[in-house]
Design a protein around this ligand. Structure first.
Ligand SMILES: Nc1ncnc2c1ncn2[C@@H]1O[C@H](COP(=O)(O)OP(=O)(O)O)[C@@H](O)[C@H]1O
Ligand SMILES: [Mg+2]
Length: 261
């Protein structure tokens, strides 16, 4: 089971859009996928037109939750909306305040991927997420402040490691809202390449109105406009995520071959 967070401290960088479309793409190719919405805005539930009674807020406080089927192989734990904000205040008074999510999801079985959508903040909920996941994707929209958001998030990963020794892998930085027509997009993308090098995903998510439209119709891009640039970009990006898994598996397989020899 791979546990991945799509996270950065800047809002409006395409986190939720990435979570929804990557999760659906993974499920379409036969993976069992659970989305955990950790943002009190509950944008994932809204995007799928669901109103779950119990979400992460309840899971973190009394261990009860509704797991909502969204599509074949695709499930959601909603955040609980405003109740998650109250939960954060409650958590602040607990001794396990930064690791509660990891404990309550420890017995979760049967998913190939758990994907966390995160709020744009450095808060207790995000610390819980980083203590739970093994890898993060940091989406950076093509503007100056978004690069700063990526840097802050990377510092947070180091702090988590120093504090409790939990290693979270930076799977990569994803360029979003890429506008092929503007110089500013190219410039920021090249700055990111210079700073983060091979940690940049090869796929860039271009600006595509159909991604916005899909949410309006409560569909993913693969349902709404499967031949759009948005669908192509998210398909290619998902492939990069699954390919990293394959390379890890290849290393394990290689290791066992050597053992036999
Ligand atoms: N590549 C894109 N092209 C056009 N609109 C996009 C794109 N990605 C996201 N959007 C739209 O931008 C808004 C913010 O995206 P969202 O995924 O909600 O960001 P975040 O979760 O980081 O706040 C949403 O209305 C979404 O539909
Ligand atoms: Mg969001």
């Amino acid at each position: 089971m791979r546990k991945i967070a799509v996270i950065t401290s800047k809002g409006g960088t395409g986190k939720t859009t990435t979570v929804i479309n990557v999760a659906h793409c993974l499920s379409l190719s036969g993976n069992k996928v659970l989305i955990v919405d950790c943002d009190s805005q509950s944008n994932v539930a809204i995007a799928f037109d669901k109103r779950p009674a119990r979400g992460l807020a309840e899971l973190l406080t009394n261990g009860q939750v509704d797991i909502i089927p969204l599509r074949p192989n695709l499930y959601l734990i909603d955040s609980g909306g405003r109740r998650l904000v109250e939960t954060e205040l409650y958590l602040a008074r607990q001794t396990d305040r930064e690791t509660r999510l990891r404990q309550v999801l420890a017995n979760l079985r049967g998913s190939d991927y758990v994907i966390c959508d995160c709020p744009p903040a450095v808060n207790l909920i995000n610390l819980n997420v980083l203590n739970y996941v093994d890898g993060v994707v940091i989406p950076v929209s093509m503007d100056f402040f978004a690069c700063e958001g990526a840097r802050k998030t990377l510092i947070l990963l180091d702090e988590i490691y120093d504090k409790i020794g939990h290693h979270v892998e930076l799977l990569g930085i994803l360029a979003t809202f890429y506008d092929v027509r503007t110089r500013v997009s190219k410039k920021i993308y090249h700055q990111l390449l210079a700073e983060f090098g091979d940690k940049m995903f090869a796929t860039r998510i271009r600006i595509n109105t159909q991604l916005k439209e899909a949410q309006l119709y409560r569909r993913t891009i693969f349902e709404h406009a499967p031949y759009s640039n948005g669908a192509l970009d998210y398909f290619l990006f998902t492939k990069e995520i699954t390919d990293t898994k394959r390379s890890e598996e290849a290393v394990v397989a290689e290791g066992s071959e050597q053992w036999k020899a």
